[in-house]
Write a protein that binds this ligand. Structure first.
Ligand code: RIB
Length: 301
């Protein structure tokens, strides 16, 4: 199965801070670094590192060569990516002393993904291939519908969640990978209880599979017949940026190669715990061999 990830590519401008700046407050950053990121790029790298055959599509600007090189180095195919006259998308990220982040994104080239381009890209894929989408590019809804028309399996990470998602036709989405906030919004509920969120989601989208990530509280898998919990693998938290993307890429790579949901969730959870133990989004994504070594140690204990 080929995986097409039609997603964002960003330059992450990352500031290490003692605490997040409050309204009206000026703070001094402790460090500044630039990384390759974007939920799309991060998830493609995680998929490739986990062994999937992944093609990234999306748009970069004239300054985007570094994004293409980073994807290629990780084993992602980049020939479908379009370069336009804009600046590449970027993110301004604060990471505080607890490793938590606050992210602001500017779409740039990511906002120029057109229906015509989506059609051209989809022409390279067939029934049974998988399309992965996040919510950081333009025309997501069009891509979702066209992919289903062509018989692709569709996975959607509705992040960042926005009001416009209410207008997407999500009924035919095969996999939703979402966090608590996104789960609550999509289910249209205020409950804090993860299982209740999943039950609501199952009523709304009875044919879909859900992966609900809860940060340091673990994650859940639910489909029409089964629901189970996956605990986290504890580690020192340095930077949580990209942890969810690592989880998504590792989970879907497992599903694409036919492993059980239980196995895919376990590997995804371990991979994301390795990613929070180091700096940056894409540079923090572990290789498959590292995840397997760590898993073997866990099993031995
Ligand atoms: O999920 C982390 C990512 O969100 C960052 O890399 C940033 O670019 C934003 O897209």
């Amino acid at each position: 199965m080929k995986v097409l990830n039609l997603g964002s590519l960003n330059i992450d401008k990352t500031y290490t801070v003692d605490h997040f700046a409050e309204a009206g407050e000026t703070i001094q950053a402790i460090a500044y670094e630039e990384f390759c990121g974007g939920k799309g790029l991060n998830q493609s790298i995680a998929l490739a590192k986990a062994g999937a055959d992944v093609f990234h599509a999306g748009c970069v600007g004239q300054d985007g060569d570094v994004l293409l090189e980073t994807l290629e180095k990780a084993g992602v195919k980049t020939e479908l990516i379009r370069k336009n006259q804009e600046l590449s998308g970027h993110a301004v990220i604060q990471v505080n002393r607890d490793g938590q982040n606050k992210i602001m994104i500017f779409g740039g080239a990511n906002s120029y993904v057109t229906p015509e381009y989506i059609d051209q890209v989809l022409n390279h894929f067939n029934r049974g291939d998988m399309l992965l989408l996040q919510n950081e590019i333009s025309n997501v809804s069009y891509a979702l519908e066209q992919a289903k028309e062509r018989g692709l399996t569709v996975a959607f990470n509705p992040s960042p969640i926005s009001g416009s998602i209410g207008h997407y036709n999500l009924r035919r989405t095969d996999y939703f990978i979402l966090n608590e906030v996104e789960g609550r919004k999509l289910a249209d509920t205020h409950t804090e209880d993860a299982e209740e969120i999943l039950l609501e989601l199952r009523i709304k989208y009875p044919e879909s599979v859900f992966v609900l990530t809860l940060g340091d509280k673990g994650s859940y898998y639910a489909d029409a017949s089964v629901m189970f919990y996956q605990e986290i693998f504890r580690t020192d938290v340095i930077d949580t940026t990209g942890a969810g993307d690592t989880f998504t890429g590792y989970f879907l790579a497992g599903i694409a190669r036919g492993t059980s949901p239980q196995e895919a969730m376990k590997y995804a959870s371990l991979a994301s715990s390795l990613s929070v133990s180091r700096h940056g989004a894409s540079p923090s994504i572990p290789d498959h061999s590292e995840v397997c070594r760590k898993m073997a140690k866990q099993i031995a204990h």
